[in-house]
Unconditional design. Sequence first.
Length: 316
Amino acid sequence: MSTAAVPLARVLRGDLVESVHSGHVVVLAPDGSERLVLGDADATMWARSSLKPLQAVAMLRAGLDVDGAELALVCASHNAEAAHLDVVRALLAGAGLRAEDLRNTPDWPLDPDSAWQWRSYGHGTEPLTQNCSGKHAGMLATCVAAGWPTQGYLEPEHPLQLATREVVGELTGVPVDLATVDGCGAPLFSTTLRGLARSFARLASGDDLLPRRTGRAMSAHPWHVAGTGRDATRFMEAVPGLVAKDGADGVYAAGLPDGGAVALKIVDGSSRPRPAVLAAALTVAGVDPALVEAVALTPVLGRGRPVGAVVATFGA
């Protein structure tokens, strides 16, 4: 990322600023013009899991035939709550596959209660319970639908990944210059914050059928995109028509039904300031602050009680 980052959030404990989170943010108006740019909106970056809806569009174009909760789960970084796992299993079963066919990184459920329950059943870390298993189930099902081999579906030269790279460049309007491997094992393609925001505008409001189908599935099934208590779910529940997706290492992107969009990157990789910064950016985009106030609240605790908060440095 560019070194032109600026302070986006302050952590207040008592009467002092305890720490500061810097980063980059872009807010686009419905016509694509800039409402706000802080830092460098055109720095090359990894969008991490915020890229999942674009990967889902590539799957739909290749023949994946899912919608609603199943499509939302393909876009998800889910908690691995029981109903999340049911949808992943259904995606696989519909393609004649099983959880054993998943090749994403084994992990525990993100949700603490679900992780405890999974352990109590005698399970260890598994690909099924890793937060990206919905995406990987979608990738496998796409290979079956397209007649592509499921073996090696994570290889950069696999037809699925070549198609995904093309779609990422198309929807962001930014050529993919770099590629690496994401935490789940799938190829990850570079973009910019401006490009990421542009793609989320298309997911939330564009005329292209498959991006809009993907965005509608997410906004209509926000629990399947993340899960109980997660801020991505809560933001979409709070703002009608919002399409929002968090990403590891301090990334967030959101699109609005009027065509406005937001993307941000916290350069220290922290997830702590993301809700406050996203809420502030959404207010700049025209969202009523009252709708996102509760989701934005990130208290700083002392002996288990709020003694401060994480607050954005900007807003409407």
